[in-house]
Design a protein around this ligand. Structure first.
Ligand code: NAP
Length: 301
Protein backbone atom coordinates (compact mmCIF):
# COMPACT_ATOMS: atom_id res chain seq x y z
CA UNK A 1 0.00 0.00 0.00
CA UNK A 2 1.60 3.23 -1.20
CA UNK A 3 0.54 6.63 0.10
CA UNK A 4 0.14 7.88 -3.48
CA UNK A 5 -0.25 6.05 -6.77
CA UNK A 6 0.61 8.20 -9.79
CA UNK A 7 -0.71 7.05 -13.17
CA UNK A 8 1.55 8.43 -15.89
CA UNK A 9 5.23 9.31 -15.76
CA UNK A 10 5.34 12.48 -17.86
CA UNK A 11 6.19 15.91 -16.54
CA UNK A 12 3.05 16.16 -14.38
CA UNK A 13 3.42 12.68 -12.86
CA UNK A 14 7.14 12.93 -12.14
CA UNK A 15 6.80 16.44 -10.69
CA UNK A 16 4.00 15.14 -8.46
CA UNK A 17 6.34 12.33 -7.36
CA UNK A 18 9.09 14.84 -6.46
CA UNK A 19 6.72 16.95 -4.37
CA UNK A 20 5.13 13.96 -2.67
CA UNK A 21 8.49 12.38 -1.79
CA UNK A 22 9.76 15.66 -0.38
CA UNK A 23 6.62 15.68 1.80
CA UNK A 24 7.59 12.22 3.06
CA UNK A 25 4.96 10.15 1.26
CA UNK A 26 5.60 6.79 -0.38
CA UNK A 27 5.02 6.98 -4.11
CA UNK A 28 4.68 4.63 -7.07
CA UNK A 29 4.66 6.08 -10.60
CA UNK A 30 3.28 3.79 -13.32
CA UNK A 31 4.14 4.61 -16.93
CA UNK A 32 3.00 2.75 -20.03
CA UNK A 33 5.46 4.01 -22.64
CA UNK A 34 8.42 6.22 -21.71
CA UNK A 35 9.22 8.08 -18.50
CA UNK A 36 9.19 11.74 -19.45
CA UNK A 37 6.07 11.41 -21.63
CA UNK A 38 5.41 13.30 -24.88
CA UNK A 39 8.49 15.51 -24.56
CA UNK A 40 10.85 12.58 -25.11
CA UNK A 41 10.07 12.92 -28.85
CA UNK A 42 11.02 16.64 -29.03
CA UNK A 43 14.58 17.00 -30.21
CA UNK A 44 15.08 20.40 -28.58
CA UNK A 45 13.22 22.22 -25.82
CA UNK A 46 13.89 25.95 -25.72
CA UNK A 47 10.95 27.25 -23.71
CA UNK A 48 11.46 25.72 -20.28
CA UNK A 49 12.55 28.37 -17.76
CA UNK A 50 16.24 28.27 -16.86
CA UNK A 51 16.96 25.54 -19.44
CA UNK A 52 17.59 27.57 -22.63
CA UNK A 53 18.30 24.51 -24.77
CA UNK A 54 17.85 20.89 -23.74
CA UNK A 55 16.84 17.81 -25.70
CA UNK A 56 13.50 16.29 -24.74
CA UNK A 57 15.24 13.07 -23.83
CA UNK A 58 17.85 14.79 -21.64
CA UNK A 59 15.09 16.71 -19.87
CA UNK A 60 13.06 13.53 -19.33
CA UNK A 61 16.05 11.59 -18.00
CA UNK A 62 16.93 14.38 -15.58
CA UNK A 63 13.33 14.58 -14.36
CA UNK A 64 12.94 10.81 -13.89
CA UNK A 65 16.38 10.66 -12.23
CA UNK A 66 15.40 13.41 -9.80
CA UNK A 67 12.17 11.62 -8.82
CA UNK A 68 13.98 8.29 -8.34
CA UNK A 69 16.83 9.86 -6.35
CA UNK A 70 14.22 11.20 -3.95
CA UNK A 71 12.90 7.66 -3.47
CA UNK A 72 9.93 7.52 -5.83
CA UNK A 73 9.35 3.99 -7.13
CA UNK A 74 8.78 3.74 -10.86
CA UNK A 75 7.41 0.81 -12.84
CA UNK A 76 6.49 0.28 -16.48
CA UNK A 77 2.87 -0.71 -17.01
CA UNK A 78 -0.15 0.81 -18.73
CA UNK A 79 -2.93 1.20 -16.20
CA UNK A 80 -6.13 -0.17 -17.72
CA UNK A 81 -8.42 -0.27 -14.67
CA UNK A 82 -8.83 1.54 -11.37
CA UNK A 83 -11.24 1.13 -8.49
CA UNK A 84 -11.98 2.60 -5.10
CA UNK A 85 -11.36 0.26 -2.14
CA UNK A 86 -12.10 0.69 1.58
CA UNK A 87 -8.43 1.70 2.09
CA UNK A 88 -8.04 3.88 -0.98
CA UNK A 89 -7.57 2.83 -4.61
CA UNK A 90 -6.43 -0.19 -6.60
CA UNK A 91 -5.13 -0.01 -10.17
CA UNK A 92 -4.39 -2.76 -12.67
CA UNK A 93 -1.44 -2.64 -15.05
CA UNK A 94 -0.96 -5.78 -17.12
CA UNK A 95 -1.30 -8.73 -14.74
CA UNK A 96 -0.31 -6.70 -11.69
CA UNK A 97 -2.36 -4.75 -9.18
CA UNK A 98 -1.13 -1.86 -7.05
CA UNK A 99 -2.77 -0.12 -4.11
CA UNK A 100 -2.50 3.41 -2.82
CA UNK A 101 -4.33 5.67 -0.38
CA UNK A 102 -4.56 8.50 -2.93
CA UNK A 103 -4.49 8.55 -6.72
CA UNK A 104 -3.03 11.20 -9.04
CA UNK A 105 -4.04 10.79 -12.69
CA UNK A 106 -1.44 12.18 -15.09
CA UNK A 107 -2.44 10.25 -18.19
CA UNK A 108 -1.54 13.00 -20.69
CA UNK A 109 -2.96 13.36 -24.17
CA UNK A 110 -1.53 12.65 -27.54
CA UNK A 111 -1.71 14.80 -30.66
CA UNK A 112 -3.97 13.40 -33.34
CA UNK A 113 -2.06 12.52 -36.49
CA UNK A 114 -3.01 12.97 -40.14
CA UNK A 115 -2.37 9.28 -40.74
CA UNK A 116 -0.14 9.79 -43.80
CA UNK A 117 2.41 7.05 -44.65
CA UNK A 118 5.67 8.94 -43.94
CA UNK A 119 4.27 11.19 -41.19
CA UNK A 120 6.11 9.40 -38.39
CA UNK A 121 9.43 9.31 -40.29
CA UNK A 122 9.26 13.08 -40.93
CA UNK A 123 8.20 13.99 -37.38
CA UNK A 124 10.94 16.20 -35.95
CA UNK A 125 12.23 16.63 -39.51
CA UNK A 126 9.71 19.23 -40.62
CA UNK A 127 6.49 17.72 -39.33
CA UNK A 128 5.61 19.06 -35.90
CA UNK A 129 2.65 19.00 -33.53
CA UNK A 130 3.66 22.07 -31.52
CA UNK A 131 4.27 25.51 -33.04
CA UNK A 132 5.23 27.06 -29.70
CA UNK A 133 7.91 24.38 -29.22
CA UNK A 134 9.30 24.15 -32.75
CA UNK A 135 8.29 27.35 -34.56
CA UNK A 136 11.64 29.06 -33.97
CA UNK A 137 13.37 26.41 -36.09
CA UNK A 138 11.49 27.78 -39.12
CA UNK A 139 12.54 31.42 -38.89
CA UNK A 140 11.99 33.16 -42.27
CA UNK A 141 10.91 29.86 -43.88
CA UNK A 142 7.62 28.89 -45.52
CA UNK A 143 5.42 26.65 -43.39
CA UNK A 144 1.87 25.29 -43.32
CA UNK A 145 -0.59 24.55 -40.55
CA UNK A 146 -3.41 21.96 -40.77
CA UNK A 147 -6.64 22.36 -38.79
CA UNK A 148 -9.47 24.77 -38.16
CA UNK A 149 -9.70 24.91 -34.37
CA UNK A 150 -8.16 27.32 -31.87
CA UNK A 151 -4.89 25.39 -31.76
CA UNK A 152 -4.44 25.64 -35.53
CA UNK A 153 -5.28 29.34 -35.69
CA UNK A 154 -3.16 30.20 -32.64
CA UNK A 155 -0.31 28.25 -34.21
CA UNK A 156 -0.71 30.07 -37.53
CA UNK A 157 -0.65 33.43 -35.72
CA UNK A 158 2.40 32.42 -33.69
CA UNK A 159 4.23 31.18 -36.80
CA UNK A 160 3.33 34.26 -38.85
CA UNK A 161 5.56 36.27 -36.48
CA UNK A 162 8.47 33.92 -37.14
CA UNK A 163 8.07 32.52 -40.65
CA UNK A 164 8.13 34.22 -44.05
CA UNK A 165 4.76 32.78 -45.02
CA UNK A 166 2.22 30.48 -43.37
CA UNK A 167 -0.42 28.53 -45.31
CA UNK A 168 -3.38 27.50 -43.17
CA UNK A 169 -5.10 24.43 -44.59
CA UNK A 170 -8.55 23.47 -43.33
CA UNK A 171 -10.83 20.69 -44.51
CA UNK A 172 -14.06 22.74 -44.33
CA UNK A 173 -15.11 26.23 -45.47
CA UNK A 174 -15.57 27.54 -41.90
CA UNK A 175 -13.29 27.53 -38.88
CA UNK A 176 -14.42 26.20 -35.52
CA UNK A 177 -11.96 28.51 -33.73
CA UNK A 178 -13.08 31.59 -31.81
CA UNK A 179 -14.13 34.58 -33.92
CA UNK A 180 -11.32 36.76 -32.58
CA UNK A 181 -8.70 34.28 -33.75
CA UNK A 182 -10.37 33.99 -37.17
CA UNK A 183 -10.36 37.79 -37.56
CA UNK A 184 -6.72 37.99 -36.48
CA UNK A 185 -5.69 35.31 -38.98
CA UNK A 186 -7.61 37.02 -41.77
CA UNK A 187 -5.80 40.25 -40.95
CA UNK A 188 -2.29 38.81 -41.29
CA UNK A 189 -0.71 39.51 -44.66
CA UNK A 190 1.63 36.52 -44.54
CA UNK A 191 -1.09 33.93 -43.77
CA UNK A 192 -2.78 32.34 -46.78
CA UNK A 193 -6.01 30.43 -46.16
CA UNK A 194 -6.62 27.25 -48.14
CA UNK A 195 -10.11 26.06 -47.28
CA UNK A 196 -12.06 22.91 -48.19
CA UNK A 197 -8.73 21.13 -48.55
CA UNK A 198 -6.70 18.34 -46.99
CA UNK A 199 -3.00 17.52 -46.92
CA UNK A 200 -2.87 14.22 -48.80
CA UNK A 201 0.89 13.62 -49.18
CA UNK A 202 4.14 14.60 -47.49
CA UNK A 203 7.32 14.95 -49.56
CA UNK A 204 10.95 14.63 -48.54
CA UNK A 205 13.36 11.87 -47.54
CA UNK A 206 15.48 13.12 -44.65
CA UNK A 207 13.46 16.33 -44.17
CA UNK A 208 10.12 17.73 -45.31
CA UNK A 209 10.33 19.60 -48.63
CA UNK A 210 6.64 20.04 -49.44
CA UNK A 211 3.10 18.72 -49.24
CA UNK A 212 0.29 17.89 -51.64
CA UNK A 213 -2.96 19.67 -50.87
CA UNK A 214 -6.15 18.22 -52.33
CA UNK A 215 -9.31 20.28 -52.55
CA UNK A 216 -12.85 18.96 -52.06
CA UNK A 217 -13.30 19.32 -55.84
CA UNK A 218 -10.34 16.96 -56.40
CA UNK A 219 -7.85 19.60 -57.55
CA UNK A 220 -4.30 19.00 -56.37
CA UNK A 221 -1.72 21.61 -55.49
CA UNK A 222 1.93 21.18 -54.50
CA UNK A 223 3.10 23.43 -51.70
CA UNK A 224 6.84 23.87 -51.04
CA UNK A 225 7.18 24.13 -47.26
CA UNK A 226 9.91 23.07 -44.84
CA UNK A 227 7.55 22.91 -41.87
CA UNK A 228 4.09 21.39 -41.46
CA UNK A 229 2.31 21.94 -38.16
CA UNK A 230 -0.43 19.39 -37.58
CA UNK A 231 -3.05 20.86 -35.22
CA UNK A 232 -6.03 18.58 -35.69
CA UNK A 233 -6.86 18.18 -32.01
CA UNK A 234 -5.64 16.00 -29.20
CA UNK A 235 -6.89 12.71 -27.94
CA UNK A 236 -6.87 11.88 -24.24
CA UNK A 237 -7.32 8.27 -23.15
CA UNK A 238 -9.18 8.60 -19.87
CA UNK A 239 -12.08 6.17 -20.32
CA UNK A 240 -10.75 3.69 -17.76
CA UNK A 241 -11.01 6.35 -15.02
CA UNK A 242 -14.34 7.99 -15.93
CA UNK A 243 -16.11 6.39 -12.93
CA UNK A 244 -13.60 8.07 -10.59
CA UNK A 245 -13.22 11.45 -12.30
CA UNK A 246 -15.81 13.03 -14.60
CA UNK A 247 -14.77 13.79 -18.18
CA UNK A 248 -15.60 16.85 -20.28
CA UNK A 249 -16.96 16.56 -23.82
CA UNK A 250 -13.41 16.20 -25.18
CA UNK A 251 -12.62 13.30 -22.84
CA UNK A 252 -10.39 15.35 -20.51
CA UNK A 253 -10.80 15.14 -16.72
CA UNK A 254 -13.05 17.91 -15.44
CA UNK A 255 -10.58 19.44 -12.97
CA UNK A 256 -9.54 23.05 -12.56
CA UNK A 257 -6.26 24.67 -11.55
CA UNK A 258 -6.63 23.00 -8.12
CA UNK A 259 -6.45 19.56 -9.82
CA UNK A 260 -9.43 18.33 -7.75
CA UNK A 261 -11.68 15.82 -9.54
CA UNK A 262 -14.71 15.83 -7.23
CA UNK A 263 -13.80 12.38 -5.86
CA UNK A 264 -11.95 12.57 -2.54
CA UNK A 265 -8.39 11.30 -2.91
CA UNK A 266 -8.37 11.46 -6.74
CA UNK A 267 -6.48 14.28 -8.45
CA UNK A 268 -5.86 15.04 -12.14
CA UNK A 269 -2.75 16.84 -13.36
CA UNK A 270 -1.18 17.85 -16.66
CA UNK A 271 -2.42 17.48 -20.22
CA UNK A 272 -5.15 15.00 -19.21
CA UNK A 273 -7.30 17.67 -17.53
CA UNK A 274 -9.39 20.49 -19.05
CA UNK A 275 -7.08 23.46 -19.59
CA UNK A 276 -6.18 26.19 -22.07
CA UNK A 277 -2.43 25.67 -22.42
CA UNK A 278 -0.76 22.28 -22.54
CA UNK A 279 2.97 22.85 -22.01
CA UNK A 280 5.79 21.40 -19.88
CA UNK A 281 5.53 24.42 -17.59
CA UNK A 282 1.80 23.96 -16.96
CA UNK A 283 2.22 20.20 -16.50
CA UNK A 284 4.96 20.77 -13.90
CA UNK A 285 2.77 23.34 -12.15
CA UNK A 286 -0.12 20.85 -12.06
CA UNK A 287 2.11 18.09 -10.69
CA UNK A 288 3.16 20.22 -7.76
CA UNK A 289 -0.41 21.41 -7.08
CA UNK A 290 -1.88 17.87 -7.25
CA UNK A 291 0.82 16.34 -5.03
CA UNK A 292 0.46 19.08 -2.42
CA UNK A 293 -3.32 18.62 -2.45
CA UNK A 294 -2.95 14.83 -2.19
CA UNK A 295 -0.52 15.13 0.75
CA UNK A 296 -2.92 17.53 2.50
CA UNK A 297 -5.81 15.15 1.89
CA UNK A 298 -3.84 12.19 3.32
CA UNK A 299 -2.71 14.18 6.37
CA UNK A 300 -6.35 15.00 7.24
CA UNK A 301 -7.44 11.33 7.20
P1 NAP B 1 -10.34 21.05 -32.07
O1 NAP B 1 -11.09 22.22 -31.58
O2 NAP B 1 -10.88 19.68 -31.88
O3 NAP B 1 -10.06 21.30 -33.63
C1 NAP B 1 -9.47 20.34 -34.41
C2 NAP B 1 -9.49 20.84 -35.84
O4 NAP B 1 -8.81 19.90 -36.65
C3 NAP B 1 -10.90 21.01 -36.41
O5 NAP B 1 -10.97 22.17 -37.20
C4 NAP B 1 -11.07 19.75 -37.28
O6 NAP B 1 -11.85 19.98 -38.43
C5 NAP B 1 -9.66 19.50 -37.73
N1 NAP B 1 -9.40 18.07 -37.96
C6 NAP B 1 -9.64 17.03 -37.13
N2 NAP B 1 -9.20 15.89 -37.69
C7 NAP B 1 -8.67 16.23 -38.89
C8 NAP B 1 -8.04 15.50 -39.92
N3 NAP B 1 -7.85 14.16 -39.84
N4 NAP B 1 -7.59 16.16 -41.03
C9 NAP B 1 -7.75 17.50 -41.11
N5 NAP B 1 -8.34 18.26 -40.18
C10 NAP B 1 -8.78 17.62 -39.06
O7 NAP B 1 -8.85 20.97 -31.42
P2 NAP B 1 -7.91 22.16 -30.89
O8 NAP B 1 -7.86 23.25 -31.88
O9 NAP B 1 -6.65 21.48 -30.49
O10 NAP B 1 -8.65 22.70 -29.60
C11 NAP B 1 -8.97 21.82 -28.52
C12 NAP B 1 -9.67 22.61 -27.42
O11 NAP B 1 -8.75 23.51 -26.82
C13 NAP B 1 -10.81 23.48 -27.97
O12 NAP B 1 -11.81 23.51 -27.01
C14 NAP B 1 -10.19 24.83 -28.12
O13 NAP B 1 -11.12 25.89 -28.06
C15 NAP B 1 -9.22 24.85 -26.95
N6 NAP B 1 -8.12 25.76 -27.23
C16 NAP B 1 -8.24 27.07 -26.84
C17 NAP B 1 -7.25 27.96 -27.13
C18 NAP B 1 -7.37 29.37 -26.72
O14 NAP B 1 -6.61 30.18 -27.14
N7 NAP B 1 -8.33 29.71 -25.94
C19 NAP B 1 -6.11 27.55 -27.83
C20 NAP B 1 -6.02 26.22 -28.22
C21 NAP B 1 -7.04 25.35 -27.92
P3 NAP B 1 -13.45 20.24 -38.35
O15 NAP B 1 -13.60 21.65 -37.87
O16 NAP B 1 -13.89 20.01 -39.73
O17 NAP B 1 -13.94 19.23 -37.37
Amino acid sequence: MYDILIVGGGTAGLTAAIYARRAGKSVLVLEGTAFGGQITSSHLVENYPALPAVSGLEYAQALAGQAKALGAETKFGKVTAAEETPEGFKVTAGKKEYEGRALILCTGASHRKLGLPNEEALTGRGVSYCAVCDGAFFKDKDTAVVGGGDSALQSALFLSNVCRKVTLIHRRDAFRAQEAAVKAVEGRENIELVMDSQVTALHGESALTGVTVTGKDGTERELAVSGLFVEVGQAPDNGAFAHLAALDEGGYFKAGEDCLTGTGGVFAAGDCRSKALRQLTTAAADGSVAATAACGWLDKR
